[in-house]
Write a protein that binds this ligand. Structure first.
Ligand SMILES: *Cc1c(COP(=O)(O)O)cnc(C)c1O
Length: 401
């Protein structure tokens, strides 16, 4: 757990400078502290650190300087005082849940969440008598009505995968306050470069650092960020005991990744916008889901709440599964994988991959049809991405004509 000193530098400056701890060698770039434990000056020093009378490293399951550097930088960018890094995005979410919830508690969660997050609530935490109610992300009434006297946490992602649906963060934060609950926001899709939920009333932000924070698809990691000292201490306590710790090497990759986060996000967003506009004009495309388009039902909220519209574009092709699969199979450049937040553009068919394990009925309720495709736009030249998608789309347009 790292307490980030608030400073007055702008976001871009903090992305490069915050969290750095220069060592004895006066290195310019941050070192990797690949060590499992730390030595003490003498027996009294060891005793003082073990009893927490004095701060200091003891063992890397608890703290590590490279992990602390990443935590300090991410906390600064999210506008939070404390960050706790974890082994993965799921480890971060689990640690927050174990820290904040106990048997008999109730949570209200968006029904459009990352698949493993849904499984965590519905299959794992339910075993310990923590019950979840699922609500439609943008429907504020549903959030309010689902809360009970036992509700301790509201959990959401905005924009959500794959349809890029948003919710008004300030409004949900108010609902959480009204019910004496905390609001936890998964900020993977926007990253702090586009949206800082703590500044809109969220109590905790969770991340899968695996996605845009790394940005080049190398490492698995996650983090929780908060301004609440007691939440931070509780999450750190879980991590320290349960071992959901981030490795120093991964922390170093993410720490360096944050230096280019905003530049990369700007490029992802710019290309996604260009792609969305091109798709909307294509005769083989029936619908495009991207909050940057003026006809997206929540375009105004996106303008108000986000600095830009994100790197993920979903669209529906004329036809059904066969046509959608044909577009996937005709690509030569795009990677056929469900990952996102990579320099390389990826394409996936949600109904048979990321959302393949939920029932047809749940899928249709979530608006995920057989003709839907999701593209996580990378950093290639957008004209090459467009040309690659056109291989399949042009075939569909020709067959239909
Ligand atoms: C990937 C992802 C997660 C889980 O993160 P891992 O690092 O894979 O454990 C959680 N939420 C969202 C939105 C994700 O995309």
């Amino acid at each position: 757990m790292t307490d980030s000193p608030s400073d007055n530098y702008a976001f871009d400056t903090r992305a490069v400078r915050a969290g750095q701890r220069r060592g004895l060698e006066c290195e310019h770039s941050d070192p990797i502290y690949a060590t499992s434990s730390y030595v003490f000056a003498n027996a009294a020093d060891a005793a003082a650190k073990f009893s927490e009378e004095e701060p200091g490293n003891i063992y890397s399951r608890f703290t590590n300087p490279t992990v602390a550097a990443f935590e300090g930088r991410l906390a600064s960018l999210e506008g939070g005082r404390y960050a706790v890094a974890a082994a993965s995005g799921m480890a971060a979410i689990l640690s927050v849940c174990l820290a904040q919830l106990k048997a008999g508690d109730h949570v209200v969660v968006s029904n459009s969440l990352f698949g493993s997050t849904i499984s965590l609530f519905s299959k794992l935490l339910s075993k310990f008598d923590i019950r979840a109610s699922y609500v439609a992300l943008p429907n504020l009434d549903e959030w309010d009505r689902a809360c009970t006297a036992r509700t301790k946490m509201l959990f959401l992602e905005t924009p959500s995968n794959p349809l890029m649906t948003l919710v008004d963060l300030e409004a949900v934060a108010q609902i959480a306050e009204k019910h004496s609950s905390i609001l936890v926001v998964d900020n993977v899709f926007c990253t702090p470069a586009l949206q800082q939920p703590l500044r809109r009333g969220a109590h905790v932000v969770v991340h899968s650092a695996t996605k845009y924070l790394d940005g080049q698809g190398r490492c698995i990691g996650g983090a929780a960020v908060t301004n609440d000292e007691s939440i931070a201490k509780a999450v750190f306590g879980v991590l320290r005991t349960a071992g959901t710790t981030m490795s120093p090497f991964n922390a170093w990759v993410f720490h360096k990744g944050l230096e280019t986060l905003k530049l990369r996000m700007r490029a992802h967003c710019e290309s996604a916008m260009t792609l969305a506009e091109w798709l909307r004009r294509h005769p083989a495309v029936t619908r495009v889901h991207y909050p940057g388009l003026a006809d997206h039902p929540q375009h105004e909220l996106a303008v108000r709440q986000q600095a830009d519209f994100g790197g993920v574009v979903s669209f529906e092709v004329a036809g059904a599964r066969a046509q959608a699969w044909a577009v996937v199979d005709a690509t030569r450049l795009l990677s056929i994988t469900a990952n996102l937040g990579d320099a390389k553009t990826t394409i996936t068919h949600p109904a048979t991959t990321t959302h393949g394990r939920i029932s047809q009925e749940e899928r249709l309720r979530a608006g995920i049809g057989e003709s839907l495709l999701r593209v996580a736009v990378g950093l290639e030249d957008v004209n090459d991405i467009i040309a690659d998608l056109n291989h399949g789309l042009a075939l569909i347009a020709k067959t239909a004509a």
